[in-house]
Design a binder for this molecule. Structure first.
Ligand SMILES: [Zn+2]
Length: 178
């Protein structure tokens, strides 16, 4: 059974070192992954000091990348740690899994990056409400402003500078004098 869990981990989270897949439930339309972080402790985001003093734990539910037509929900057990550094302003903090979660995020980082790329493309092609309608067809509930946000975050296109050619340049571009 442990081998299966390791294989699942390698298949589902090849880039995430500190995660263990505890179980997987495959339904007709969705997959639920039950996972947890495998590190002993975590670094406090306030002071950077590592803590192993677990305060409590709870479940986070994160949307992950769909798989073979099924939506995927990651049910992640996360721990809240006490920060042991006396001068730190934070008393407790919740662990994050680098490359997978962020504070208050409701999607995994990989789903977030795909959605951002998709929304940028959709937003550029079909700004605002039309983009929002297309997202609804794709099974994602996304507002008009969310469609436009990644587009607004894009850097301004560079306007090519028109090169002014002086009369002297023309004179110098000619074949070298014999
Ligand atoms: Zn701290």
């Amino acid at each position: 059974m442990k081998d299966v869990a390791l294989q699942l981990k390698a298949l589902l989270f090849p880039a995430i070192a500190a995660i263990a897949v505890l179980s997987m439930e495959v339904g007709i339309e969705n997959v639920r992954l039950d996972a947890q972080c495998t590190t002993v402790g975590a670094a406090c985001p306030g002071c950077g000091v590592c803590s192993t003093r677990v305060h409590s734990s709870y479940l986070r539910f994160l949307a992950d990348i769909p798989s073979a037509g099924r939506t995927v929900e990651l049910q992640l057990r996360v721990r809240r740690f006490r920060c042991g550094y006396a001068k730190c302003p934070r008393r407790t903090f919740v662990e994050q899994i680098p490359g997978l979660t962020r504070r208050h995020g409701q999607r995994t980082e990989r789903l977030r990056s795909i959605l951002t790329a998709l929304l940028t493309a959709v937003g550029l092609a079909l700004a605002g409400r039309a983009g929002s309608r297309l997202a609804a067809v794709l099974g994602m509930s996304i507002s008009r402003s969310t469609v436009l946000r990644p587009v607004e975050a894009l850097p301004e296109p560079e306007v090519p500078m028109r090169r002014v050619v002086g009369v002297d340049e023309y004179a110098n571009d000619g074949p070298p004098a014999q």
